[in-house]
Write a protein that binds this ligand. Structure first.
Ligand code: UDX
Length: 439
């Protein structure tokens, strides 16, 4: 099939490349020239494992362009995978989606199925379909279907090809048939992905309900972790015991300094605002947002309660919102570093791949190190913000060896408490007892 994908961010680009991989003729479209130039040269503008390999493998079926008229003109299926960022009041900003719809209405010459992959408030698919059919050339028809994505950064290619499920939301039989045909290779071996057909509004809702449930799970376990500190329990043991119950499961039970990224923060707020506007406030989602806001600064407060921050030499290990991505959106590191600077601390940061993005924001307000050893050298405290493998596997003796004072504040529970038995460090984590004494 001839497919055009609008947007070359995580959702759009990964979708486009994976659709080319299963045999479709794909055009990826973006308004940013530099991104398209990079892509034409085989380089991905986002850091995502396996993506460039797949781009190379399928280069004969992949086109990259900024020319929307050509890209939309005779596509069988158009995916909308542009961003729906959070507005200052927490609602979803649909400007990019609306602009794509306008460009589609200007350009298409034949019946087309438009698939909305961007996360959009419930009812958006209805509205876009109405808009398109009211603004295209006479005699042609657009069918709009919802097809939410469930990919996580760092595993996006795997999450798309070996997806847990494909949700297709449309009441239109032709659109359903087209999407079933498009995804046919993924529903068969070796992928065997279940395809679920449903009405459009439910499909839109599946996305929010899933993301908000996962965010809630994290906020719940973070609150339980904080409570463990009050009662002298160890959150790692508690989640171990909980996770064996198949109704609970052992995933997404890692406590720490809260969730970040491009989805959970924005999707919880968007759903909360939508629910409020419909006079049916989702109180659990509201609580989840509040818990996460506080949790992000929990480690900072532990540090502040232990050490005088003015002129304190602090190293930050990990700045991305999670490992295996260079994405800083809503990363807890940002608020923590801002606060440290406000209190007059001297901050040195290290991250295996997130430093370029961090530099764009913090410029020369912090120091940058190119290794963990360099970052922690002569420091009086270290704060761990992301659980990179390299940080988890770091030799703990080095903290004592290189730091001026080995005060370790771990926001991701990277180490076991027993690991510090023979190490003369002060180790503070989340949901567990502190080990050692303040240096
Ligand atoms: C998420 C969803 O997982 C994905 O299905 C959806 O399509 C987009 O949003 P992503 O934001 O890439 O994906 O990352 P994810 O791995 O879900 O982590 C989100 C945040 O939650 C990170 O900040 C992570 O550190 C945090 N998290 C995750 C925890 O604090 N504890 C956990 O147990 C799991």
């Amino acid at each position: 099939m001839k497919v055009t994908v609008a947007g070359t961010g995580y959702v759009g680009l990964v979708t486009g490349v994976c659709l080319a991989h299963i045999g479709h003729e794909v055009t990826c479209l973006d308004v940013v020239e530099e991104k398209i130039e990079m892509l034409k040269n085989g380089k991905s503008p986002i850091y995502e494992p396996d993506l460039e390999d797949l781009m190379l493998k399928n280069k004969d079926r992949l086109n990259f362009t900024t020319n929307y008229k050509k890209a939309y003109k005779d596509a069988d299926v158009i995916f909308i995978g542009v961003g729906t960022p959070e507005r200052i009041d927490g609602t979803a900003n649909l400007d990019y989606v609306n602009e794509v719809a306008r460009q589609i209405s200007e350009s298409i010459d034949k019946d087309t199925v438009v698939v909305i992959k961007s996360t959009v408030p419930i009812g958006t698919n209805d509205r876009i379909e109405e808009y398109l059919n009211g603004n295209i050339k006479n005699g042609i028809k657009v069918r709009v279907a919802s097809n939410p994505e469930f990919l996580a950064e760092g595993t996006a290619v795997k999450d798309t090809l070996y997806a847990s499920r494909i949700v297709v939301g449309t009441e239109d039989k032709i659109a359903e048939k087209v999407l079933k045909e498009l995804y046919l290779p993924l529903t068969k071996k070796p992928y065997n992905v279940p395809l679920l057909s449903m009405d459009r509004r439910s499909a839109e809702m599946v996305k929010y309900a899933s993301n908000d449930f996962l965010a809630l799970k994290i906020s719940y376990i973070n609150e339980i972790a904080n409570f463990c500190e009050s009662v002298g329990a160890n959150i790692k043991n508690v989640t171990l015991g909980m996770g064996y119950d198949p109704r609970i499961g052992n995933k997404f039970l890692n406590s720490g300094i809260g969730y970040g990224g491009s989805c959970f923060p924005k999707d919880t707020k968007a759903l909360h605002w939508l629910s409020k506007s419909l006079d049916c406030e989702l109180k659990t989602v509201k609580a989840c947002i509040e818990v996460n806001k506080d949790q992000k600064l929990r480690l900072f407060h532990k540090l502040k309660n232990s050490l005088y921050l003015k002129d304190l030499e602090v190293a930050i290990l990990g700045v991305t919102f999670k490992p295996n991505t260079d994405d800083l959106r809503d990363a807890p590191s940002i608020d923590n570093v801002e606060l440290l600077l406000e209190y007059g601390a001297n901050v040195t940061v290290y991250d295996p791949i997130g430093l370029d993005n961090f530099k764009k924001r913090f410029k020369d307000r912090v120091n940058y190190a190119s290794s963990i050893n360099e970052a922690i050298k002569d420091k009086e405290a270290v704060m761990i913000m992301t659980e990179w493998k390299e940080i988890k596997e770091y030799d703990l003796n080095n903290y004592v060896k290189y730091m001026n004072k080995a005060n370790i504040f771990d926001g991701r529970n990277c180490y076991d408490l027993d690991d510090f038995k023979n190490i003369d460090a002060y180790y503070v984590s989340i949901g567990r007892k502190d080990v050692g004494s303040l240096k």
